[in-house]
Design a protein around this ligand. Structure first.
Ligand code: SAM
Ligand code: SF4
Length: 441
């Protein structure tokens, strides 16, 4: 039996793609191994959102190629594979196969061709009509948490972003397929699902099928109510696009306990001038109004975000507005990125006039502002009970269990392994830099 080692970079969609690739490879007679050194095939699932992520591919292929006496078959999947296609064979020596983002259902065929003697095998074709979106129990990143794609691709074309090119246009899965997957996951003992997509709230399936009985102001809020009705314990969703974030999503969260109290809403910048140049489709004022509404919600909804510093033309005054926005919104956490020019995007044609040194300074300064506001904001959890899904033993302290709260905080607490897989009420005692610490109530 040929062994395949799968390595994944990037977003949840890549993790989810890898899980489905592992499922189909195992069904086709391959063994998925956690041990790179004994693998016959090394598959690298790539990310191209920032240049740094793309460089990792070059480094990794070199390492795999040079670490063994007999080179394993090396395959590249994901966004870099889709964007660079067959040119990768010339750019990086040692690559045997290239699989595009929609061809992940045919990886077993492609590997088979390489073992049959074909050289430089590539598949950048479209997804099969009957593509199977399910993941075998054994191939999930966690026995208790599952990613459920609901929409793939992106139509927004923010000027800095490569995703619409690497992932294609938005295609929503039928609600009936999503509900069937969720019911199956529940049957398998999964406690928490994440409905995933580049912009989940842009969800627009071709038919009503599966959500006929559920009301809502948008297809996404109807889907949320339909998924809530499956009775699965916890439902999270990620990422939400600010312009399309309808207040009915907050209403749905307030109506259904199993819709978790966490929203990830990337603001990207606090300056209207920069937001316009990014083509984000929201102003900072419209964003603040959505935040105000979230903060007024009956449930305490945790808010997280993404921010880019050093976008072309970002002045110090623009940057000050981003700092103000961070203070105003009080994010529970924020991913801050230094702008990275991506060839082929509209922003790549703009002058990248904020120096790398200045980007670093702005990154560090904004990180300080976020850390300070985050510390204050997280104080509200002290003495409060949060429900935590006990996921595994803490890597730092064998006497601690680690998991996530409904508000998607990483929570550690003293406890024994027999708690793993259960939903535990934890009283928060301490706020750490990136986690909470508590004790079982
Ligand atoms: N669809 C989501 C949205 O619109 O908010 C985000 C998806 S994107 C893959 C994840 C994050 O990567 C973005 O929110 C953005 O902050 C960051 N990102 C995307 N392109 C970038 C670039 N060229 N340079 C730096 N960060 C970038
Ligand atoms: Fe990229 Fe914008 Fe689409 Fe998000 S919405 S994936 S940032 S183009």
């Amino acid at each position: 039996m040929k062994k395949v080692y799968l390595e994944t970079f990037g977003c949840q969609m890549n993790v989810s793609d890898s899980e489905r690739v592992a499922t189909s490879l195992a069904a086709n007679g391959f063994e998925i191994t956690p041990n790179e050194d004994s693998a016959d095939v090394v598959l690298i699932n790539t990310c191209s959102v920032r240049e740094k992520a793309e460089h990792k591919l070059y480094t990794r292929v070199g390492q795999v190629r040079n670490s063994r006496r007999v080179k394993p078959v090396i395959g590249v999947m994901g966004c870099v594979a889709q964007l660079e296609g067959e040119t990768l064979f010339d750019k990086i020596s040692g690559i045997d196969l290239v699989i595009g983002t929609k061809a992940v259902g045919r990886v077993a065929d492609a590997i088979g061709k390489v073992f049959d003697g074909d050289r430089e095998v590539s598949d950048l074709g479209e997804r099969e009509r009957d593509y199977d979106w399910s993941v075998a129990d054994a191939q999930r990143h966690s026995p208790y948490v599952a990613f459920v794609p609901i929409i793939e691709g992106c139509n927004k074309f923010c000027t800095y972003c490569i995703v619409p090119f690497s992932r294609g246009r938005e295609v929503s899965l039928p609600a009936s397929t999503i509900i069937r997957n969720v019911l199956e996951l529940r049957r398998q003992g999964v406690k928490e699902i994440h409905l995933i997509g580049q912009n989940v709230n842009s969800y627009r399936p071709q038919s009503d099928s599966g959500m006929e009985l559920f009301r809502g102001s948008t297809p996404f809020s109807r889907l949320l109510r339909a998924v809530a009705a499956t009775g699965i314990e916890r439902i999270k969703f990620n990422t939400s696009f600010p312009r399309d974030f309808h207040p009915d999503i907050i209403d749905a969260i307030n109506e259904h306990e199993n819709l978790c109290n966490w929203v990830h809403l990337p603001v990207q910048s606090g300056s209207d001038r920069v937001l316009r140049r990014m083509k984000r489709g929201h102003t900072i004022d419209s964003y603040f109004k959505k935040i105000d509404r979230l903060k007024d919600s009956a449930r305490d909804v945790a808010l997280t975000t993404d921010i880019i510093v050093g976008f072309p033309g970002e002045t110090l005054a623009d940057f000050e507005e981003t700092k103000r926005a961070v203070e105003y919104c009080g994010f529970d956490s924020a991913y801050i990125f230094k702008y990275s020019p991506r060839p082929g995007t509209p922003a790549y044609e703009m002058q990248d006039d904020v120096s790398l040194g200045e980007k670093k300074l702005r990154f560090l300064e904004l990180e300080q502002v976020q850390k300070r506001t985050q510390r204050q904001r997280l104080q509200r959890y002290i003495g409060k009970n949060v429900q935590v899904l006990a996921e595994k033993t803490s890597t730092r302290n064998a006497g601690d269990i680690t998991g996530h709260s409904t508000c998607h905080k990483l929570v550690n607490f003293r406890g024994s392994n027999d708690l793993i897989g259960n939903l535990i009420d934890v009283r928060i005692r301490e706020i750490k830099a990136n986690s909470l610490f508590g004790e079982v109530c």
